[in-house]
Ligand binder design. Structure first.
Ligand code: GAR
Length: 208
């Protein structure tokens, strides 16, 4: 009997390179799931164009009046759209708003994020710039489950990226993104396969 492939929904605010990496992993069979819906809070975001050009259902949903979060009505719109599309796992790919309340209750431990630093260092915006300005020699990217905080949820996967003397914010971010595109599909597969054990703020993953 063939196993039903779990449906994922991707939320993003930007250019969508992680969405493309996930989509490519789905097409090559590296990631065994179905991409049911892409949602953006930014009407003209690249992620929507890139999804639509690959025939992936993609919609803009009004995020409401706040700049950094969804208000209650918007949260309901997002949850309803994901549920109507049959989504079981929500994958954030550069979604620049905090999710709370109803959203996280509905998808408890089923919202995954990727962040461009080795958390808990450099949460928040432009983490690669923060790393460069601080002068660390290694940074990287982190995949984690989303909780109510900003980039604070249980860590699932990390990869280091060296900071080079000649790095600019753009060159460093580009190298971090290469690492993101490598690890995100594997980390998502691990989560949807149920190979994670969450204990408080610890997430035990199989040996990587
Ligand atoms: C990625 O680097 C991702 O880690 C970051 O936004 C970028 C989105 O790029 N996310 C955050 O900073 C979340 N705190 P993309 O649109 O090309 O996937």
């Amino acid at each position: 009997m063939t196993r039903k492939r779990p449906k994922i929904g991707i939320l993003g605010s930007g250019k969508g390179s992680n969405m493309v990496a996930l989509h490519q992993a789905l097409q090559s069979g590296q990631l065994d799931a179905e991409l049911a819906l892409v949602i953006s809070d930014v009407e003209n975001a690249g992620i929507l164009d890139r999804a639509r050009s690959s025939k992936i259902p993609a919609i803009f949903l009004d995020p409401g009046p706040f700049r950094t979060k969804l208000d209650e009505a918007a949260e309901t719109r997002y949850v309803d759209a994901l549920i109507s599309a049959g989504v079981e796992w929500v994958v954030l790919a550069g979604f620049m708003r905090i999710l709370k309340g109803r959203f996280l209750k509905t998808f408890h431990h089923r919202v995954i994020n990727i962040h461009p630093s080795l958390l808990p260092s450099f949460p928040g915006l432009e983490a690669w710039k923060q790393a460069l300005e601080y002068g660390v020699k290694y940074t990287g990217c982190t995949v984690h489950l989303v909780d109510q905080g900003i980039d604070t949820g249980p860590i699932l996967w990390q990869e280091t990226v060296p900071v080079l003397n000649e790095d600019t914010p753009d060159s460093l971010h580009a190298r971090i993104q290469e690492a993101e595109h490598r690890i995100y599909p594997q980390a998502v597969q691990c989560a949807i396969d149920g190979r994670l054990t969450v204990r408080g703020r610890l997430c035990l993953t199989p040996t990587l």
